[in-house]
Design a protein around this ligand. Structure first.
Ligand code: P6P
Length: 335
């Protein structure tokens, strides 16, 4: 069967649907090529001296794994010269990385978590790259952190690559969600699914239950009802899945439904949540909404949140529409 390659898909989106300018098509192809290189490094594991910690901390104060730094460098090097970007921002870098004067600057801003879930690297559990694309609003050459501080609803594109049993690139350009699988023999990405739809209802929730005693009442109420199953208010039993890699948990939800929660908890009360708005929650929220699901911070649509800082965190409830609406309603009822 002749499969559609990523390149052909993007050319058709550009030519037949006028949906993406050439610069955005180039950006997505470059990011996909970088993800392929990251997949190869991840797959080497212990054979490639890429496991373990790098002995440094990132801006979040988290220990960096060697693959965190390798993945970050792969994305920077792949994107810096193409002329499609003005600057990049990464979970692994304190400040933005501006395209140097020796290269042309483009109109796009690329944000990424180069390797999300890196605590799972050394135990061979799925991890991934998450990316978000914004347009640089001003048309002067200069670019600053303020140019990045746009709500997620302004994203031009978003996606992730999950490095699991398959390497799978999941992408939205604002017109639905498409899935590409890496053919290792040819080194090409091929379209394997499009028009993904998250079922409105689910019987599968995804949360780190060890935080139960730290949650706010609306979250405890929602999860307690799931645990009560058919004998409780919900009248149906629930299953639970928690991989500890957002890309793996979100990919499952995009594929078969479910509801994912990483809510505020009182361990660090001054932080709205653990996950980062700009390069984790926003791209995932864009994908989930494009697949018919919802994504809120418990109170408002994640894509409407106006960022104040590049690395700010946010509480996340995303997935099957009716479950996200219920959990969000519980927050409103709690006042
Ligand atoms: P916890 C990975 O570190 C991550 O940022 C997400 O990918 C994942 O959903 C979450 O944190 C896991 O957090 O507290 O369960 O280890």
């Amino acid at each position: 069967m002749k499969r559609v390659s990523l390149t052909q898909y993007l050319v058709e989106q550009q030519r037949e649907h006028g949906r993406i300018p050439a610069e955005l098509r180039l950006l997505i192809e470059v990011v996909a090529r970088a993800c392929k290189r990251i997949a190869i490094a991840v797959n080497k594991g212990a054979l490639g001296d890429v496991l373990g910690s790098a002995g440094t901390d990132n801006v979040q104060g988290e220990v960096q794994k060697k693959l965190d730094i390798i993945s970050n460098e792969v994305l920077i090097e792949a994107n810096i010269w193409g002329g499609h970007l003005a600057a990049m921002a990464s979970e692994e870098m304190d400040s933005i990385h501006v395209v140097p004067d020796r290269y042309p600057q483009g109109e796009y801003l690329l944000l990424f978590d180069p390797l999300d879930g890196s605590s799972n690297i050394d135990v061979n559990v799925s991890i991934g790259t998450i990316f978000s694309v914004l347009r640089k609003v001003g048309h002067t050459r200069g670019v600053s952190e303020e140019d990045f501080l746009q709500p997620g609803k302004h994203q031009a594109a978003a996606g992730y690559c999950v490095y699991g049993p398959q390497s799978t690139l999941v992408l939205t350009l604002g017109n639905g969600v498409a899935v590409f699988t890496l053919d290792r023999e040819t080194g090409s990405w091929y379209l394997t699914q499009e028009g993904l739809r998250i079922p409105d209802d689910t019987q599968e929730f995804s949360v780190n239950m060890s935080n139960l005693r730290h949650w706010a009442p609306p979250v405890t109420r929602y999860i307690d009802e799931c645990l009560a199953g058919r004998d409780g208010a919900r009248g149906k039993d629930f299953n639970m899945r928690w991989v500890g890699s957002m890309v793996a948990d979100v990919h499952r939800i995009l594929t078969r439904g479910g509801v994912f929660l990483y809510p505020w908890d009182k361990r660090e009360p001054d932080k709205p949540g653990k996950l980062r708005l700009m390069y984790e929650a926003n791209p995932m929220a864009f994908l989930v909404e494009q697949a018919g699901g919802l994504a809120t911070n418990g109170r408002e649509r994640i894509l409407d949140v106006q960022p104040a800082k590049l690395h700010e965190r946010v509480s996340v409830v995303l997935g099957s529409k009716n479950e996200v609406e219920r959990a969000t309603r519980y927050h409103a009822e709690a006042g």
